[in-house]
Design a protein around this ligand. Structure first.
Ligand code: AMP
Ligand code: MG
Length: 527
């Protein structure tokens, strides 16, 4: 344990009861070892009269709760008190971290965990997992806001984190939601909740930007070294400049993440640099959405009037954000240079080259990940020169016809490579049936070219094209029930979305087209 743990930097750190709470993991200082330039120690603010809304067995298993153990533990007081921010377990060292960032393309200055409080870093056989209470109360970084999260957005984040993990998309995870009847003002009055998130690290691009903007190069280096040592050790082993290697690795992971989002039809909604994970995880679920009717320019965030974060823009924005990270890391490269005019000028040239070189592989990596995903989605075993044109034609068609994205891919798996006799499930999704027939014929020819076997292709496609995704209206239905203290729909959805590729006959209605009322749903930055 760090020796400075008993001398909290914020007097509120001593204000909550310490409780014994047996957990299946040990803890380590983790981020806290970086020192107090990086965070403020403080306890959460208790949720009044907390109650358990839901606990996610898969996330609990990552922390070491095996089998049914979590079901029982989660209903006991230490769990509810801990994950409702009402008491601090003896293994926790609660703190809020500081970061900055670019929001909607504009430098926003200092932000930080305005409502997230890191409890501890758990050491598990699955590696380190930071445990964080989102909605845990005011911090020095709350600015004008209230430090809370509402039940609505907590349910959305909780379900989507776990759904994305089950889809195979890198993401932070969610352990539990603890609710309260405490009122919280958003557009309307809502109630408070705490969603407990876990991730190997919650470090964002914005953490680096923060220290770069302050010209605190020592802190910047410490942070980069911390990330490299724990998560990218190969960057040091490679022999070259480790910070250059780090930027390159982060850009490759980000490219992979963007391709994955596009493939599953996920729109993040607020890709600010403070919402970009240094580990290439999906992080900070707010006004996200999955595509229903395909619209390449879909904007899921009602607050994003310009469409900066539209579906089609995500890969480009990922690249833009990496430039901000590169900018922040430049001093670590430049520092090595001497003091003379010539040396500094050479160092500046080298720094620009540094960024270009490290970010250069992004486009190719994105393209190869993109084609890998879409070939798999199409059930193709081989690559063919015509695939790009085939896909472009498909996107144009899906866009023009506003075909439901998830149903399209799932139903596409049911056609036959031999003839059009089994086309109906996918063909019927198109208003312009002739347009489908034309593209379908091209696709069938492509399948025949690689002697595609219908049964094997069906199995392979169903393993990559989910049947179930968290459509807005599904989350909304669970939220409405939860507001009446019926959490069964949250739990049912969690279970269904944990097996998104499986046929679940009893859950067929979760795979259906959105109902008419869903078109009136709006999600915004308000959460
Ligand atoms: P987001 O748009 O959710 O990524 O948040 C941007 C910044 O605002 C982060 O620093 C958040 O911690 C902070 N923030 C958002 N909502 C709240 C809130 N209700 N209370 C305090 N800080 C908040
Ligand atoms: Mg954020």
């Amino acid at each position: 344990m760090p020796s400075d743990r008993d001398t909290p930097s914020d007097p509120r750190a001593a204000a909550l009861p310490r409780i014994p709470f047996a957990v299946p993991f040990t803890t380590a200082p983790g981020f806290a070892a970086l020192g107090e330039r990086f965070f403020t120690r403080l306890p959460p603010t208790p949720l009044p009269s907390p109650y358990l809304v839901s606990v996610a067995p898969a996330a609990a298993a990552l922390l070491g709760w095996e089998g049914d153990a979590i079901g029982a533990a989660a209903h006991e007081q230490p769990f509810i008190d801990t994950f409702g921010g009402c008491a601090v377990p003896d293994w926790a060292d609660p703190l809020a971290t500081v970061y900055s960032g670019h929001q909607f393309g504009v430098w926003a200055g200092q932000l930080g965990d305005g409502r997230a409080i890191r409890l501890a870093e758990a050491l598990t056989p699955n590696g380190p997992w930071e445990i964080q209470l989102k909605g845990g109360g005011l911090t020095p970084y709350s600015r004008m806001a209230d430090g809370r999260a509402v039940l609505r957005s907590s349910i959305r984040e909780y379900l989507c984190s776990e759904a994305m993990a089950a889809l195979g998309v890198p993401t932070t995870r969610a352990l539990s939601i603890v609710g309260s009847d405490a009122p919280v003002r958003r557009e309307t009055m809502e109630t408070a909740a705490v969603v407990t998130r876990i991730a190997p690290s919650f470090i964002r691009f914005g953490h680096f930007e923060h220290f770069a903007a302050r010209e605190d190069h020592d802190a910047l280096r410490r942070l980069a070294d911390f990330v490299i040592d724990r998560f990218y050790p190969e960057c040091r082993d490679a022999g070259g400049n480790p910070y250059h290697a780090l930027l390159r690795e982060v850009s490759l992971r980000t490219a992979d993440l963007m391709a994955h989002w596009q493939a599953v039809g996920f729109c993040h909604g607020v890709m600010n640099t403070d919402n970009m994970s240094i580990l290439g995880l999906t992080i900070d679920y707010g006004p996200f959405g999955f595509l229903d009717a395909f619209n390449a320019n879909h904007i899921c965030n009602h607050s994003d009037q310009q469409g900066r974060y539209a579906y089609s823009q995500q890969p480009q924005i990922g690249f833009w954000n990496l430039h901000s990270l590169a900018q922040a890391l430049l001093p670590l490269w430049r520092e090595a240079a001497g003091d003379s005019e010539d040396e500094r000028s050479a160092a500046n040239d080298a720094a620009a080259e540094f960024a270009r070189e490290a970010l250069d592989p992004y486009r190719d990596r994105y393209a190869s990940a993109f084609f890998r995903h879409y070939r798999a989605k199409l059930g193709l075993r081989s690559a063919d020169d015509g695939d790009e044109a085939l896909l472009t034609g498909l996107f144009r068609l899906l866009h023009a016809q506003r075909v439901d994205y998830t149903l399209f891919w799932r139903n596409l798996a049911r056609i036959s490579a031999k003839d059009a006799a089994a086309d109906a499930p996918v063909r019927d999704l198109f208003l312009d049936r002739a347009a489908w027939d034309a593209w379908g014929a091209e696709y069938r020819a492509r399948l025949q070219k690689e002697q595609s076997d219908d049964v094997a292709r069906n199995v392979a496609m169903n393993a990559v094209n989910p049947k179930y995704v968290l459509r807005n209206h599904l989350a909304e239905t669970a939220i409405r029930a939860a507001r009446d203290k019926d959490f069964s729909e949250v739990n049912r959805l969690l279970a269904v979305l944990s097996h998104p590729f499986d046929e679940q006959p009893e859950a067929e209605h979760y795979a259906a087209l959105p109902p008419d009322w869903a078109s009136g749903l709006e999600v915004s930055c308000s959460s």
